[in-house]
Every structure is written in structure tokens, then in C-alpha cells.
Design a protein around this ligand. Sequence first.
Ligand SMILES: [Zn+2]
Length: 203
Amino acid sequence: MTVVSWLTQIRVAGSVDRCARRSLFSVLMRRVEKAEALELLAVNRRELLGDDAGGCMMCALAARAALEPTRPEVIADNEHGVVLFDHFGSSKGHLLVISKQHLLDTAELPWPVYAELQRLNYDACCALRRAFAPARIFSAVLGASCELPMSFPHFHIHALPVYETDERARPAHVFSWSAGVLVYEADEVERFSDEIRAAWHSL
Ligand SMILES: [Zn+2]
């Protein structure tokens, strides 16, 4: 079914129900395959780190958010963490909670730091639910055991809305980039981030 005919069906039905709205996001938004996403990520890395090839992307993202807190992707922060809109997200609204300190594994974090980061994650999940009404929101502390192209050892939490309810909603599918990665236009990042921030402030 084409997008146009599907939209027509939804209009004929009289209203865009919740399930249709969820699926609509996944059809209309542009995705790139994993290989192209890795190339874009490498470009992004060079922009952020310059010649510091061994630098930490997560530290650079947190530092840039502190220097430029009005950047569109900066959603919220507290003493120990910052919440950023993921430009290489698996789904619309995919957020990252990033530790401001270069800490690696969960057991390395003092409890007050971990608790504050999870507080940000909790608020992120509540804001995403209010803004986009996904079917589910996954929270995951993943991270690489060493530097990898698409993952980082620096402590971070994914708050990842899932709009599908079928096999595409399986965690292994969602977190592997096997379904590709969303590519946002600049105005989409601003618009979606504005919606999440507005939902956050209304919690
Ligand atoms: Zn770091």
C-alpha cells in the first residue's frame, strides 16, 4: 500500500487513531541503512572531535551541550547528566541520557550520580509518552566494552520509544540498527525537540 492510499484510508476512517499514528511515523520518516549511518556517524565524529581521533564522543557531546545549552538537541540536564535528542536514533524521539563525567560502567558510578541519571531517564520516558504516545518506551544502559563505530564505553542510557507492536518492536531489532537509522532534517530536530521539551516542562 502506498503512503498516499494509506493516508486516504485513515481520512476515510474519520480520525487518526493511536495505532495508525504510530505506524505513520515509521512509514513517513526517512531511514538510512546501517552502512550509510556509520559513514554519517564518522563525519559527525570528525566534526565533534577534529584531530582527536581517540577522543570520547559522549564527553564531546556533553561538553558542547554545556557550552551551547540552547542547541536544539539539548532537552534537559541536571548536575550529573544531560539529555540529548539522538541524531542517529532508531525511532522518532530516541533520547540519550549522558553522564557529564567520563564514567564507564554502572558499578563505577557513585549511587547519587547513578540515581540522578536515572531520574533524567524517568523524566525522559514520561515526556516521550506525553509527546508522542508510543506503544512502549525502552530504557537501556548499553555501551561498548571498547570504542566501536556505533557505540561508546562512556556511561549513557537510551530512552527509546517504540511505535510498533509486532516483530519490529523486539529489543534485538530496535537496538541493532538492523532496521536502519532515522535521518532527520534540521527543522525536524527542532520541532520534535520542542515537543519533547514542552511535554517535559508540563510533567
Ligand atoms: Zn567520555
